[in-house]
Design a protein around this ligand. Structure first.
Ligand SMILES: [Zn+2]
Length: 296
């Protein structure tokens, strides 16, 4: 079985991106895994602080490990946005394949110092683990936002990205390139899309020379995503789109079977709804160019 590092290298060579989908329950995990298996592409599952707390750090690790083992399938687990060393180490000990150490809210020097320390401590207990650092401002919360944040000030500078990668020893970098966490209401309605600074992605890639991760990919223009992947994005994070699909699928399941109490009969429409999104995103990230069909 190939490890996450090999899978990332392969993605870079092929000019495709690995889909990263956040999961908070078995519905999401099942849907993401089934979509990836149907398309036969590797997949990364992410759990943020809230998602880890809800599912249990060891429990989500055990679930992903069991899927990988039983089906001999390249599904990997990422600790999304850890903000302290103990939190990052807990995930590493539980068997997560990668950790996002997010000190991006701190000034540059402090971000470098803390991230460097985290890389060292994490690799000491698990040499194969991949550590991602974050530079710039991509907002917080994969939720539906009322209004757009001002992203212009927090964009990642390519020269700083190079300095950051070299000083910290991170394996992958999450830059701010017009992306943001969460979606605006108009994006959920399908009226607007996020747009990315493609030239900046290419410059950061050239300077930093590590795989780049695009956080906050939900609601991004399809063509921008294709160009971003061609410019050097190797992992794309999707969370809010799945959450929207999860809720809609669940509501559908409840509405269609008003007297049903059997959970798996109600939840199967949520699985289908999430799976449609995951499938369509994975197709696009892997170079097949299928348009977004879910959030209209
Ligand atoms: Zn993120």
């Amino acid at each position: 079985m190939r490890g996450l590092r090999d899978v990332l290298e392969q993605a870079q060579k092929k000019g495709v991106a690995i889909g990263h989908f956040n999961v908070a329950d078995m519905v999401l995990l099942k849907a993401v895994f089934e979509a990836a298996r149907e398309l036969n592409v590797p997949v990364l599952v992410g759990a943020s602080r809230g998602e880890r707390a809800f599912m249990g750090v060891d429990q989500i690790a055990a679930l992903v490990r069991s899927l990988r083992g039983e089906f001999d399938f390249p599904i990997f687990l990422n600790a999304d946005h850890t903000h302290s060393l103990p939190e990052a180490l807990e995930a590493a000990r539980a068997g997560f394949d990668s950790v996002v150490f997010d000190a991006s809210a701190l000034p540059f020097e402090q971000n470098v110092r803390q991230t460097k320390e985290a890389v060292k401590a994490l690799k000491a207990i698990k040499p194969a683990i991949l550590v991602e650092g974050e530079l710039g401002d991509i907002g917080v919360g994969s939720e539906i936002h009322e209004k757009a944040p001002d992203l212009a000030k927090g964009l990642t500078d390519p020269a700083e990205a190079k300095q950051y990668v070299e000083a910290t020893g991170i394996d992958t970098l999450a830059p701010a390139v017009g992306n943001m966490h969460g979606m605006l209401k108009s994006m959920v309605r399908g009226e607007t899309r996020k747009h990315l600074d493609i030239a900046r992605i290419a410059e950061i890639k050239k300077a930093a020379r590590v795989p780049l991760t695009l956080h906050g990919g939900s609601g991004t223009d399809d063509e921008d995503l294709r160009k971003a992947i061609a410019a050097g994005i190797s992992v794309v994070h999707i969370n809010t789109e799945l959450r929207v699909a999860w809720r809609r699928g669940l509501e559908e399941g409840l509405a269609q079977q008003p007297n049903e109490v059997v959970p798996y009969k109600i939840l199967s429409s949520a699985v289908e709804s999430v799976k449609r999104v995951a499938r369509s995103r994975l197709r696009l990230f892997n170079g097949d160019g299928v348009t977004l069909e879910i959030v209209a």
